[in-house]
Design a protein around this ligand. Sequence first.
Ligand code: 6CM
Length: 247
Amino acid sequence: SVHTRDQVELPPPAIDNRLTVHSLWSEIDRISSEQIQAAFEGVGGEIGWQLFAEEGDMRMYRREMEVDGMVTDPLKAMHKVRGVTAREMCHYFFNPRYRYEWETTLETMTIVEEISSDALVFHQTFKRIWPASQRDALFWSHVRHSSAGTYAVTNHSTTNADYPSNTGACIRLFVTVCLACRTTYPAGEQPTRNNITTDIAYCSTVNPGGWAPAGVLRAVYKREYPKFLKRFTNYVVEQCRDKPIAI
Ligand code: 6CM
């Protein structure tokens, strides 16, 4: 059935051995650990995160930052979703089969390398934003179980000789993204769709890789990130509604 097929492809509870012998393993392990730890850190304190979007349990913060005149504002979002698990959230974010259904900025997606059941390399092109050139990205994506009730997906730019940057119409952008999710339910109870809550921390830093007007870019981010997180979480809730819970 559809359910059993989905179950076998859920993020594995332990790191896949094929990943640990890959040349990217040490980088993937280090960046994923750093990203997951930073994701759950608060937005208070001295760093100066500014709230720019708020809706229900969702809060989005950014820090204005420029590198060589290019906007590289780090973004951090917190959300809370009921009725779906961290493992399910990460399954739908990681698995390319579902990506076109929730990702609206995407134009094309190619799987460049299948490293293991928990790590893939993607090439993606994004919809063009006037008046800037179209962008593409090449990044590894890794899903892992990190601690009790916690799963996370980390995406980080990489290189591949078969996918050189800035050769065609696209400018290569650089991305570091982490979707970290933690599920809780009342002590002494069994987890069900009715008593679980998943806390979500989503962090993203994009370097546009070449000229793009700062004002346009910030306006696009302000509109697109809340749209993405609402759409994605609603999508996962819909997908999971009639399926057995995957903890
Ligand atoms: O994290 C998100 N999606 C993942 C799967 O696709 C993946 C994507 C990373 C790329 C993020 C790039 C965002 C830039 C999109 C705008 C187009 C660039 C034009 C720049 C030049 C003017 O981690 C969800 C990403 C949601 C983005 C709003």
